[in-house]
Design a protein around this ligand. Structure first.
Ligand SMILES: *[C@@H]1O[C@H](CO)[C@@H](O)[C@H](O)[C@H]1NC(C)=O
Length: 582
């Protein structure tokens, strides 16, 4: 065990104290010179820039929308029914075909939604009738999908998909009062959903109980006021919008942070009231079709939770406000935005703090990693969303180190090779890899063009999956750990470890990730909580440590449902396991 004793550096400085954690039993790969205090220790950094793997040549449908479904560990992927084509014919057990037009006998015999097995890349066919094009979604308390909106006949639809073996879609085409095309669906503290915005829908509504229909929606002037037009004269307007797929994050006090175009509000959805407007984020437009990206940064919880829990939002990239006009009418592609703004939304006098990314990005995805860092991936360096309106795919993912000092937060990672622009997606997997799929800048399934409809699926391994860090990975013992946790209550997680002891003060971090519904560069309901650790009881059995943690205090902080639970040690996450909070 003492091999390579000479080449490791056994001192690790611990947050805000003089304690020194000395572990002579481990060959730590790299000297950690960065000993400034940070939340729960330092992350292992090796210079490894990550790795790409191609895991499937054919996802059947191009993954315009994607979400990891709890328990079954399958990624649900779907695009649109409008083209009546995909790369996956409906199998015999899903017959008869969908009758598109009974008069002219036009049928659609293709799958438009599939379950993708993340271990084997096998596909399972699903059958959908209403058009999910540019729709929204989220998971129920029981881990089932609720999808809303889409195109034409799908626009007012609520759809349900359970994770049982032979389950398929159930669709209710009149559930919503307003058409929701490019709307955002958000989970509320009680596990219900709100749907905000969409094309020509300056309103919001709550998803009704399954099978019921909303009579009316609630007007939200903010959405009208953030919708851009260009006045071409003579009553002729070019519609830019720049506020579709608004970024909506549930704040830690139960209000909603709603960002559209370059403005944002904190909104109380129960009182139908704007709590306050936050400052404008200058620099350009951030929402569809200008399509920047946004995350609610990891929320830190402690054993004792304070009344006000801070929350930061990050908004990055996008396009200048009139870029869509130039792209659509002149095929003149403007450079994408290169800046980010970060703001503490719970702070009454909050201001945006700007940061500059290593490269410009429009239509990118931001995926929160189990460590609390954020992966920026996919997208383009010029243009906007919409058919053929972008060029220069941004193939280089960037790691945003949420916890580092401003100026030290960005790191460029290993370049991909497959352009992932309009209609691509990124999904965090239990093993800490990120599944990357989709990209279709064509109105239909086209393969004879510069950017063909993309059906290949890849996995990107972030730097923490450096093989030289493998021994740092803790192994959660699912059978003897709590899998259902209750608000504010303690729970226990047992890990099998190569460390002789773990310390709650040291490099240990417990995180909970709410699976995101990702489409068009927006990751709805994405959320990572960093939990308070009460105690670690080492060696309850040789090599097995029992970690006692506190569950999040309420549904405002963590809406009820399934989360991927990770034990992160020295910046290296375990394989995540599913826990349900209620
Ligand atoms: C915010 O966006 C609007 C609409 O695009 C624009 O007119 C305004 O100048 C922008 N404000 C700032 C401060 O950038």
């Amino acid at each position: 065990m003492f091999i390579k004793l000479l080449c490791f550096f056994p001192l690790f400085f611990i947050s805000g104290s003089a304690t020194i954690f000395w572990n002579p039993f481990f060959n730590f790969p790299v000297q950690n010179q960065n000993n400034k205090p940070s939340f729960r220790g330092e992350n292992a950094e090796t210079g490894y820039k990550g790795k790409w793997e191609l895991v499937s040549q054919n996802s059947g449908v191009s993954a315009m929308h994607a979400i990891l479904l709890p328990k079954v560990n399958k990624v649900l992927m779907y695009d649109a029914t409008i083209w009546r084509i995909s790369k996956f014919p409906l199998p015999p057990q899903k017959m008869p075909c969908h009758m598109v037009d009974p008069v002219n006998k036009i049928q659609d015999c293709w799958c438009h939604s599939v379950l993708f097995n993340i271990e084997t890349s096998e596909l399972q066919a699903l059958k959908i009738e209403t058009d999910t094009w540019c729709s929204s979604g989220g998971l129920t308390v029981d881990g089932n999908l609720v999808s809303t909106g889409g195109y034409r006949g799908g626009a007012n639809t609520a759809r349900y998909l359970s994770t049982c073996d032979n389950c398929d879609w159930k669709e209710y085409p009149t559930a919503l009062a307003d058409p929701r095309w490019y709307a955002t669906q958000v989970t509320l503290p009680d596990g219900g959903f709100i749907v905000v915005g969409g094309r020509d829908a300056f309103s919001y509504e709550y998803i009704p109980r399954e099978g019921q229909s909303n009579k009316k929606s609630i007007f939200l002037p903010f959405l009208r006021d953030t919708s851009d037009n260009i006045n071409l004269g003579k009553q002729n307007f070019f519609r830019l919008e720049n506020n579709l797929y608004p970024f909506v994050h549930l704040a830690t006090d139960g209000n909603l942070f709603i960002f559209a175009n370059n403005r944002s509000i904190l909104f109380n959805p129960t009182a139908n009231k704007v709590v306050r407007e936050l400052p404008v984020l200058p620099g350009g437009s951030r929402n569809y079709p200008a399509s920047g990206m946004s995350v609610l940064l990891p929320i830190k919880l402690y054993v004792e939770n304070p009344k006000d829990i801070p929350a930061d939002v990050l908004v990055c990239g996008g396009a200048q406000w009139d870029a869509f006009y130039f792209a659509e009418t002149k095929k003149q592609l403007m450079p994408a935005l290169k800046d980010c703004g970060r703001i503490s939304i719970m702070n009454k006098n909050a201001v945006w703090k700007k940061e500059v990314m290593p490269s410009a990005r429009v239509m990118g995805d931001m995926t929160i990693l189990p460590t609390g860092d954020v992966l920026m991936i996919n997208g383009a360096k010029t243009g906007t969303s919409a058919w053929g309106d972008a060029e220069e795919p941004n193939l280089i993912p960037v790691l945003y180190k949420s916890n580092a000092k401003r100026g030290n937060r960005f790191q460029e990672l290993a370049s991909g090779t497959i352009p992932r622009m309009y209609h691509s997606s990124a999904v965090l997997l239990p093993d800490g890899k990120v599944l990357v799929a989709g990209s279709n800048t064509n109105d239909g399934y086209r393969y004879d063009v510069k950017y063909p409809t993309e059906l290949r699926v890849e996995k990107f391994s972030p730097p923490y999956l450096d093989p030289s860090l493998a021994t740092l990975r803790q192994n959660i013992l699912v059978d003897t750990s709590d899998k259902i946790i209750n608000y504010g209550k303690r729970f226990s997680v047992k890990v099998k470890s190569k460390e002789l002891r773990l310390s709650k003060l040291g490099d240990l971090k417990l995180t909970m990730y709410a699976p995101a519904f990702t489409t068009h560069g927006i990751s709805m309901n994405q959320r990572l909580l960093i939990l308070g650790v009460v105690d670690v009881i080492n060696n309850v059995w040789p090599g097995i440590h029992n970690i006692i943690a506190v569950a999040p205090p309420s549904g405002k902080v963590a809406p009820p449902g399934y989360y991927l639970f990770y034990v992160v040690y020295k910046g290296v996450p375990s394989v995540g396991t599913w826990i349900q909070i209620k």
